[in-house]
Design a protein around this ligand. Sequence first.
Ligand code: BG6
Length: 489
Amino acid sequence: MERTGYNKDFLWGGAIACSQADGGFNEGGKGVSTQDTRYLNPKWTAKEIADKHHNRPFTLEEFNAALQDDSTEFYPLRRGINFYNNYKEDLKLMGEMGLKIFRTSISWSRIFPNGDDAVPNEEGIQFYIDLFSECKKNNMKVFATMIHYDIPVNLVLKYGGWKNRELITFFEKYVTVLYERLGELVDFWLPFNEINAAKFSPWDGVCLIPGNEEHLDQAIFQSLHHQFLCSAKAVQLGRKMVPGKKIGAMIARFTTYPATCKPEDNMQAILDDQYSNWFYLDVMARGEYPKYIDRYFKQINVNIMMEDGDLELLKDGTVGFVSFSYYFSQVSTNVEGWEQTAGNLVIGKKNPYLEASEWGWQIDSIGLRFTLNQVYDRYQLPVIIAENGLGAYDTLTENGEVHDSYRIEYMRKHVTEMKEAIIDGVELLAFTAWGIIDIVSCGPLTMDKRYGTIYVDLDNGGNGSGKRYKKDSFYWYQKCIASNGEDLE
Ligand code: BG6
């Protein structure tokens, strides 16, 4: 069959996450979540944010201070953009843009406020029934992430978080309720957002405070083992409870090229790829720990404690699709002193051929085609681009317009390369553009790092009208979707 571009049923979409968008952190019976504890002083300058906040791990002092404070002033993730109360208007705008699929995450602490409650919070369940029904009304399929970094904080206080195997039992209960009560409305399920966050951002990924751990890597990979088992459980349960629905895996994809054609750099690129990317997808898509990871675990002195049946569960619970976030690429080399640049909660190595965003993330649309080919070659499973987009400062003009030609340029190039990948033969199901409506950014916790095609009038301190405005990119994406990726002008 000749492939010339996007299939007629290609799913153009947009994505957000509950902790960055919803707000309503103490409404509707919701419990406190781990993401509700992340602090930002809105008076900090961009440089201070990068120094004090973005580039260093979460601390115990911060955590304890947050638990004593129930205000929203210094906790942007408690405010989000008030999607919790505004979702009808927001989904209507997305429907008008023509989105065919909407990705968001479910807040575990809305369903089970403490994580270990005997019965779920009915108000929380009803919220998601209403939200997802509203998506359907606006002709959008639903792509639901079960955990996008946030879990009920009680699970950390009482059980120590993901390090504790007991979390698997609580997770199983959570998933059972999700399938039972929301199964009809959700089309694609994703147990974990960017599961490799465990390593590159331990608080987000596995709720560990790095300074608190005697052997951080051991804690990270043990926690991750429990998450892998949860992912497999979600697949097993899904087979019975939501047959026909797709359940997938996701990583933050750190695409890397050898910095030079030196054999050493090529070897380094293979290792970087295995340790930062493939390991995670290999376990969930192939159903076993890959052999190369033994050597790495030995180097970092990690020894995973497993129980009988774990390996069988992993083998049986392999996913139905693979997905990733893709924002930038970097290079691999072990040359000392190679120039560094920022990336998604990581510091990467600079590629002299690429330009970067205002946050230093290197823009590389061809890297997306490269990644799609690699991922599909490796697993031969349908692929979803779960996140991609440009974080930028935007200006709202006096007449309520945002001229974001830089974002259109970014999207145009990435959509063009996605099409190339499809022609290459990649089975690409969907593209959910990140932060389709402006939300609080996850790394710096600011509003002024914006990804949306819809502008939200709020600043870093949560001040502003909260009104929504269509950016130029809104009209561009609308045209792109209406023409099924053909009209990109
Ligand atoms: C991904 C996360 O890592 O990157 C999102 O899944 C996040 O939650 C996105 O928002 C972009 O990062 P940031 O820090 O610019 O918001």
